[in-house]
Design a protein around this ligand. Structure first.
Ligand code: PEP
Ligand code: MG
Length: 583
C-alpha cells in the first residue's frame, strides 16, 4: 500500500509497532481511561472497617473473574498462555493487594479507590525507573489487575468491550492481556493502542487469536472518536483514521487478497518441499509452545527445527521441574512423529529473563552480550542437567535432537557435551532408557561460531543458523532497538558470507545445516538461501505454506547461479543492492 498516495487533508495516518498481522477495517470504539477515574473521600473512623471489607470483596470478585477467564484461556490459547493468568493471580496475592492498600485505607482513612490508585501509582513509578523491558511488562500486569479491582470497586465490573454492539476496531491507551483475551468473544475486528511493545503479552495474545493489532502509537487517542472509520494494518504497523473512500476500497481488496492467498496456499501443505529440479529441502517450523504443534502439523511442517524451550521458564516464579520438562518434550515428540523435534536448550538472558533462583543476572548492562544461552547453562549446570535429563528421558517417545544456543567457541560445545555425557551416565546407572544416538547440534548465531564452523561441524551432528542473532552480532545492531532497525540488513555481504561459509564448512564434514532465524520465513530470501545450499528451513508455523510454495517454484540450479552472481559482484559492496534482484 502506497501511503504517500493517500489524500492529505482529513485522513490521518499513524505509524506504530506492528503487533499482530492482518488488516482490520471498521468503526472505532474508543475506550476512555475511565477505570482510574474516582473521587478521594476521607472516611469517618467507623467507616474504615466497612471500607476494608468492600476492598476485600472487590479483590475476591476479581479473583473469581480471573479464574473464570483461565478456563477461557485454556480453551482458546492452551496451557502455556494460562501462565499469564497465574501471574495475575499471584499479583492479587501479593502484599500490594493483601496489605498495602488495606493499610492505606486504615491509616490514612481514605476510600478504597483512592488508596488503590496511590499505591499502584507508586509501584508504577518504581518499575518505570528500572527501565527494563521485563519490569515494564510486569508493571503492565500489575496495572491490568488493578484496573479489574477498580472496576469492581466502582460497580462496573464488565469491561468496556462488553458494550460493543457491532464489530469494531478498539482504540485504547493500553490493553492488558486479560482484556485482549476477552476479545475472542467480543466483536473486535482489531485494535490499536498508544502503549505497548512487540513482545508484550498483549501482542503475543493478539497473534494467538489472529486479531490484527498495532501498538505503541503514542497519540492515537488524540485523533479518534468512537464511530470514526479506522483501518488497522497489523503487518505494516499503520493506523489510518477516516480514510478516503479509495484507500478504504484498496485496503478491502488487499485484505481479500491476503485471505485468498492464505486459503490458496493450503493446497501445497501435503506436497513435498522440493524445487522444480527435484532438490529436496526439509521444511520444519519453529515452536514456542506445545499448543503450536497443531498449527505446524496442519500447515504441513515436517518437524520442529527450533523448539524455543526457554518459554517454559517464563511467567512463573521458579524454573520448571524435570517432570514438567519431560511431560512437555514427550508430548511434542509423540505428536510430531514421524518427524524430528530439535529442542534448543534454554536460551534465557538477553531480552528473555526468568526468575531462576540463581542470582540477579538480569541486571546486566549489556544483556545481549551477557550471561545468555549456553553461558547461563554452563554457569548453572544444575539447571542445565535438569533440562538435559528430561530431554533424554523423552527421547524414547519420538525423534528428539538437542541444540545448544549462543555457542561462541569449541570449548563451550565441549563443556556442554561433557555435562550431557555425565547426564547420560547417570541415566544409565538408574536404568532409565534414552536414545543413546541422540543428535546434538550447534546454533550458529555469533560471528565467532560462524568463523569456526569447520571445527564445530567436526564435533556436532548438525548446525543451525540463528540469523536473528547472527545479524545482530555481525552488524552490531540491537535486534530490539527501533532506532537502529534500518541497519538490520540480512543481505549485508558480511552476513551472506558467514552464512555461505558455515554451510560449506558443515557440508565438508558431511553434516547437514539448517536455518531457523526469521530470515528463513521471509519469502524475499528463499531463493538465495536455497541457492547457498541449506538443507533445512525452520520457519514460523504460519509461514510454512508460503515458503513451501516458493521452494516448489524455484529451480535449485537457477538459485545457485543467482548466488554466484551475487557473490561475484564487487561494487556496492555492503549489501550488493540485492534486495529486488534476488527476491
Ligand atoms: C536466532 O537467533 O536466529 C534464533 C532462531 O534464536 P532466537 O530468535 O530465539 O534468539
Ligand atoms: Mg538466537
Amino acid at each position: 500500500m502506497n501511503i504517500e498516495s493517500l489524500p492529505s487533508q482529513s485522513p490521518i495516518v499513524l505509524r506504530g509497532i506492528p503487533a499482530s498481522p492482518g488488516i482490520a477495517i471498521g468503526k472505532a470504539f474508543v475506550i476512555k481511561e475511565d477505570s482510574f477515574g474516582h473521587t478521594r473521600r476521607t472516611l469517618a473512623r467507623e467507616e474504615v472497617r466497612k471500607e476494608v471489607q468492600r476492598f476485600r470483596s472487590a479483590v475476591n470478585k476479581t479473583r473469581a473473574d480471573i479464574l473464570q477467564n483461565r478456563e477461557r484461556v485454556l480453551k482458546v490459547l492452551g496451557k502455556t498462555h494460562e501462565a499469564l493468568i497465574d501471574v495475575h493471580l499471584l499479583i492479587l496475592e501479593d502484599s500490594l493487594f493483601s496489605k498495602d492498600i488495606e493499610r492505606k485505607i486504615t491509616q490514612e482513612m481514605v476510600n478504597a479507590e483512592s488508596a488503590l490508585v496511590s499505591v499502584v501509582e507508586n509501584v508504577r513509578k518504581t518499575f518505570e525507573k528500572l527501565g527494563d523491558e521485563y519490569f515494564r511488562q510486569r508493571k503492565d500486569d500489575i496495572l491490568d489487575v488493578a484496573k479489574l479491582v477498580m472496576r469492581h470497586l466502582l460497580g462496573r465490573p464488565g469491561m468496556a468491550l462488553s458494550e460493543l454492539s457491532e464489530r469494531s476496531v478498539v482504540i485504547a491507551q493500553d490493553l492488558g492481556p486479560s482484556e485482549t483475551m476477552s476479545m475472542r468473544d467480543d466483536l473486535v475486528e482489531g485494535f490499536a493502542t498508544n502503549i505497548g511493545g512487540r513482545t508484550s503479552h498483549t501482542a503475543i495474545i493478539a497473534q494467538g487469536l489472529q486479531i490484527p493489532a498495532v501498538v505503541g502509537l503514542k497519540e492515537v487517542l488524540n485523533h479518534v472518536t468512537t464511530g470514526d472509520m479506522v483501518i488497522v494494518d497489523g503487518g505494516e504497523g499503520l493506523v489510518i483514521i477516516n480514510p478516503a473512500m479509495s484507500t478504504l476500497e484498496n485496503y478491502r481488496k488487499v485484505r481479500e487478497i491476503q485471505l485468498a492467498e492464505i486459503r490458496d496456499l493450503e493446497k501445497y501443505k501435503d506436497l513435498p518441499a522440493q524445487t522444480q529440479d527435484g532438490h529436496r529441502i526439509v521444511l520444519a517450523c519453529n515452536l514456542e509452545s506445545t499448543e503450536e504443534v497443531r498449527v505446524g502439523l496442519s500447515n504441513g511442517a515436517e518437524g520442529i527445527g527450533l523448539y524455543r524451550s526457554e518459554f517454559l521458564y517464563l511467567n512463573r516464579q521458579a524454573p520448571p521441574t524435570e517432570e514438567e520438562h519431560f511431560q512437555n518434550y514427550m508430548s511434542v515428540a509423540k505428536q510430531m512423529l514421524p518427524f524430528a523435534v530439535i529442542i534448543r536448550t534454554m536460551d534465557l538472558g538477553g531480552d528473555k529473563l526468568a526468575p531462576l533462583g540463581v542470582g540477579r543476572f538480569g541486571d546486566e548492562p549489556n544483556p545481549f552480550l551477557g550471561l545468555r544461552g549456553i553461558r547461563l547453562s554452563l554457569r548453572y549446570p544444575d539447571l542445565f542437567r535438569t533440562q538435559l535429563r528430561a530431554i533424554l528421558r523423552a527421547s524414547v517417545y519420538g525423534k528428539l535432537k538437542i541444540m545448544y544456543p549462543m555457542i561462541t567457541s569449541l570449548d563451550e560445545l565441549r563443556q556442554a557435551n561433557k555435562i550431557l555425557g555425565e547426564v547420560k551416565e547417570e541415566l544409565k546407572a538408574e536404568n532409565i532408557a534414552f536414545d543413546t544416538k541422540i543428535q546434538v547440534g550447534v546454533m550458529i548465531e555469533t560471528p565467532s561460531a560462524a568463523v569456526i564452523a569447520d571445527w564445530l561441524a567436526k564435533e556436532a551432528d548438525f548446525l543451525s543458523l540463528g540469523t536473528n542473532d547472527l545479524i545482530q552480532y555481525t552488524l552490531a545492531v540491537d535486534r530490539v532497538n527501533e532506532n537502529v532497525a534500518h541497519l538490520y540488513n540480512p543481505l549485508h555481504v558480511a552476513v551472506l558470507r558467514l552464512i555461505r561459509s558455515t554451510i560449506e564448512a558443515a557440508h565438508k564434514e558431511g553434516k547437514w545445516v539448517g536455518i531457523c532465524g526469521e530470515m528463513a520465513g521471509n519469502p524475499s530470501f528463499t531463493r538465495i538461501l536455497i541457492g547457498m545450499g541449506l538443507d533445512e528451513f525452520s520457519v514460523p508455523a504460519a509461514a510454512v505454506p508460503r515458503i513451501k510454495h516458493l521452494i516448489r517454484e524455484i529451480s535449485f540450479d537457477d538459485a545457485k547461479k543467482t548466488v554466484e552472481r551475487v557473490f561475484a559482484q564487487t561494487s556496492d559492496a555492503d549489501n550488493l543492492g540485492l534486495f529486488s534482484r534476488i527476491s
